[in-house]
Design a protein around this ligand. Structure first.
Ligand code: ADP
Length: 220
């Protein structure tokens, strides 16, 4: 479905994080306005985003001038410069942006962002560190994460699913994941059906959101 004007998003600070967010939003079909104070960065992103403007986002008048007040949703990707990050969120609050997502580089930074009006605070490095920890410590044998937060993993089945059919194991209702394939030791993967029995020592291919897949793997 084509996103409505209400789904347009502005991304301020096109660094590693903001740039990735902006690019993914475009890929998801949204109109994206990118804002950065660095002319080189603005130039770099001019092809990839719907609109790009050079502006100092701590300046409320400049934000109004580039039309930020019309955006229902704004992402602030400025991290390293904490003062610029906070002043930007404050300015967005002042001009009446309803939904502000901001990246934080520390817990304290995140708390202050909330106090100046950010509804959603993201900790990208903490989140990635957490993901890697899950991968290292879970029993996932393989893990593919797609850009839209969807993941497929190769993992052992939970103990209580062994010897039962997939219908009986009800992994979708318990974990939200869909079992795509089942591999018995020494055999090829077979396409999963409700009546497929999960043999002991087998491996499953499961699909779901990254979170569901990780929760599933942690339970095996
Ligand atoms: P990352 O670690 O994700 O790359 P950075 O904090 O290093 O994030 O990058 C932030 C981006 O925000 C940079 O491209 C920088 O030019 C931009 N930026 C910083 N301060 C401002 C500001 N006051 N107005 C607009 N853009 C800014």
């Amino acid at each position: 479905k084509a996103p409505t004007a209400d789904e347009n998003v502005a991304v301020i600070g096109l660094g590693r994080f903001g740039g990735t967010v902006a690019k993914s939003l475009v890929r998801l079909g949204h109109e994206v306005l990118g804002v950065d104070e660095n002319p080189k960065i603005v130039q770099q992103w001019s092809e990839d985003l719907t609109h790009v403007v050079q502006a100092d986002s701590t300046d409320e008048a400049a934000l109004r001038q580039v039309g930020l007040a019309e955006f229902p949703r704004v992402v602030v990707g400025i991290g390293t410069d904490i003062e610029a990050s906070l002043l930007t969120v404050l300015a967005l609050t002042e001009i009446g942006v309803r939904e502000i997502w901001a990246k934080a580089i520390s817990e304290k930074h995140g708390r202050i962002l909330k106090s100046v009006g950010a509804q959603h605070v993201i900790y990208p490095e903490a989140a990635m560190g957490d993901r890697v920890a899950h991968l290292i410590t879970s029993r996932m044998l393989d893990f593919i994460e797609f850009d839209d937060g969807f993941a497929i993993a190769k993992t052992r089945p939970p103990a209580d699913a062994v010897g039962r059919t997939l219908a009986e194991a009800a992994l979708r209702s318990k974990f939200g994941v869909t079992v795509v394939g089942v591999k018995e030791r020494g055999a090829d993967f077979t396409y999963a059906r409700p009546e497929t029995v999960v043999p002991s020592g087998s491996l499953l291919i499961v699909a779901g959101t990254t979170e569901q897949v990780q929760r599933f793997a942690a339970a095996t």
